[in-house]
Design a binder for this molecule. Sequence first.
Ligand code: MTE
Length: 330
Amino acid sequence: MNAQLKKITEAAVTPENVYLNRRQYLKAMALSLGAASMPGAAVQASDDLAQEDAAPLWMKQHLAAPIASRYSTKDAMTPYEYVTGYNNFYEFGTDKSDPKEYGQDFEPHPWSVTVSGAAEKTGTFGLEDVLKGLSIEERIYRLRCVEAWSMVIPWLGVPLSSMLKRYRPLSSAKFVVFETVYRPEQMPGQRAFFNAIDYPYIEVLRMDEAMHPLTLMAVGVYGRSLPNQNGAPLRLVVPWKYGFKSIKSIQKISFVDQRPKTTWERANPREYGFYANVNPNVSHPRWSQAQERRLPGSLFSANRIPTMIFNGYAEEVAGLYQGLDLSVHY
Ligand code: MTE
């Protein structure tokens, strides 16, 4: 199966690439199923992909012809079933299967985003308006969770910089703050009696990190709109940082001059730093970060691979942190 998927990935990064639409993904998956006689779960996955995308028509149209990106990795993609069935989204529960199981009542449409703080244009904008005129790209990125597992995910989205520029941030804006929607009636984790973290979930990027060309605002995955468990309808993807920086279901964006604490810094600053750059040389206090489990593993092999500094994106981003001691600013 991996060989098949690899072929797809390579095709996706060639300049003359014609975008792999949903039908092509399905065909590729079916081929790989036939070739490697996959277990039942994978059959289920292609069933999920075959289902009609529930997003509104304007969004389906907007996602229909994405541009391939030179930033896409050639690593084999993680199958859809893992990307959408093994998730961290504490608002829906803390088990990996909870977001898919308990996220189905969440309503990502209609959606609006409130932009505030140090920018010329602030206010509340409908999602269609937020995305209007911005070209959708497919970016196949590695995602490395701080828990030492990883995936390779074909996102659809827009460079965050192109979205933020619309609001004309002022020179006093030094950081961008992102906030997940607070909807306890649709998010069982937010109304739980005991919570590991405070809600709403908050993440922060330095302005130069936010404007970096690799930073993506994702609106889709595998050729279709984001499922709820992956952060519908709008989530951040910062591929050189641990996954917890990639905040989901964003409803507020604010430009500020002082850095507020992020959700995970507040929960446990010793374990989760502000920068959260993927770094095999700086251990988490409770485990090493030198290796990761690239999903899917199998019964016989956890598929452990060495973790790369900045998750393999050092060439693009190392310059952002020149002169910074990464073991202090983890
Ligand atoms: N965003 C919110 N709002 N709540 C969360 O619990 N989990 C983070 C991040 N974004 C999380 C979140 C973590 S720890 C990871 S690894 C990624 O989402 C996982 O993204 P995925 O489930 O799409 O793979």
